[in-house]
Write a protein that binds this ligand. Structure first.
Ligand code: CA
Ligand code: CA
Ligand code: CA
Length: 291
């Protein structure tokens, strides 16, 4: 009898131990949260099986179930004039830049800047205050280091000074909300930079460099005042090295008489002429970017 009881006890003890070892941890939490700002919303729950990491290069999210794409976005709406395209304005349209390069169909479909983006040629068929004057290059720079370029893209400058993206829509950068210096470059004008880092988010706020020098690095030294009261980027940096110098005159001299989309065409009328040298490059000789 005792032997029988011991046998039964060993049997149940063994079964109990085996079953005990087979118990799995299955803790399923039901907690979670929603984070959101003006750019994105992230919903999550705890206890999901990890499947992937979503990242925009700055922020990462590890999760099991996607709730959508995290799209970080700021809108930049700078406004500026170019001196070259403002010289000898169209009579009665003194508050608009000239769009000669567009009018004679020599603006390139592909941006002359490093991203080389192309546009729908139809954009160049608009002829009013929103007609395209030329390509520009817009950068966002680090608020703590103005030398550090965070993002840059080709954009289109309109006759009234507005700057749009290559789709002719609001200029957007896929970066987090925050403070950034804004830089506007043009292939034969001196670049300008905002004096301070500017708070950017998804709101469409115009940063008007054309009506005041107070938010431009170097203020009056960085731009030129036009007869219409607008401030413009300084023309004549033919080799785009940040200075208007003798070498720019020499470079323009070598292209005298040529026509087309040429950096030596300082007044942006489609021709490289003596007037480009006499009226612009010589007048601005000695000037340089202020950042
Ligand atoms: Ca416009
Ligand atoms: Ca130069
Ligand atoms: Ca010219």
């Amino acid at each position: 009898m005792i032997r029988y009881i011991i046998t039964i006890s060993v049997f149940f003890f063994t079964v109990f131990c085996i079953n005990g070892q087979s118990i799995e941890r299955q803790i399923i939490g039901s907690s979670g949260a929603v984070f959101s700002n003006t750019n994105a919303t992230v919903e999550y729950t705890v206890g999901e099986t990890f499947t992937t990491i979503i990242t925009d290069g700055t922020t990462s999210l590890s999760q099991g179930f996607h709730q959508g794409v995290i799209k970080l976005l700021v809108i930049v709406n700078p406004k500026i004039f170019l001196q070259g395209a403002s010289l000898n304005p169209v009579m009665g349209q003194e508050n608009l830049m000239r769009d000669n390069l567009n009018n004679v169909s020599i603006l390139p479909n592909n941006s002359p800047y490093e991203d080389g983006v192309s546009i729908d040629r139809g954009i160049f068929s608009i002829f009013d205050q929103d007609s395209v004057v030329d390509w520009v290059w817009v950068e966002l720079r680090d608020a703590n280091d103005s030398e550090q370029v965070i993002a840059g893209q080709s954009a289109l400058l309109q006759r009234d000074g507005d700057i749009l993206n290559a789709e002719y829509e609001t200029l957007e950068f896929q970066v987090p909300n925050g403070d950034y210096y804004i830089v506007v470059n043009h292939r034969n004008h001196l670049a300008i930079r905002s004096k301070n880092a500017i708070s950017l988010n998804k709101s469409n706020v115009t940063i008007d460099f054309s009506s005041s020098t107070s938010n431009i690095q170097g203020e009056a030294n960085a731009v030129t005042l036009l007869p219409n009261g607008k401030y413009a980027m300084i023309a004549g940096d033919i080799d785009n090295n940040g200075q208007v110098q003798n070498v720019d005159i020499n470079t323009a001299n070598q292209s005298l008489g040529s026509s087309g989309y040429n950096n030596a065409d300082a007044d942006m009328n489609g021709q490289v002429q003596n007037s480009d040298i006499q009226s612009i490059i010589l007048q601005n000789s000695g000037k340089g970017t202020q950042f």
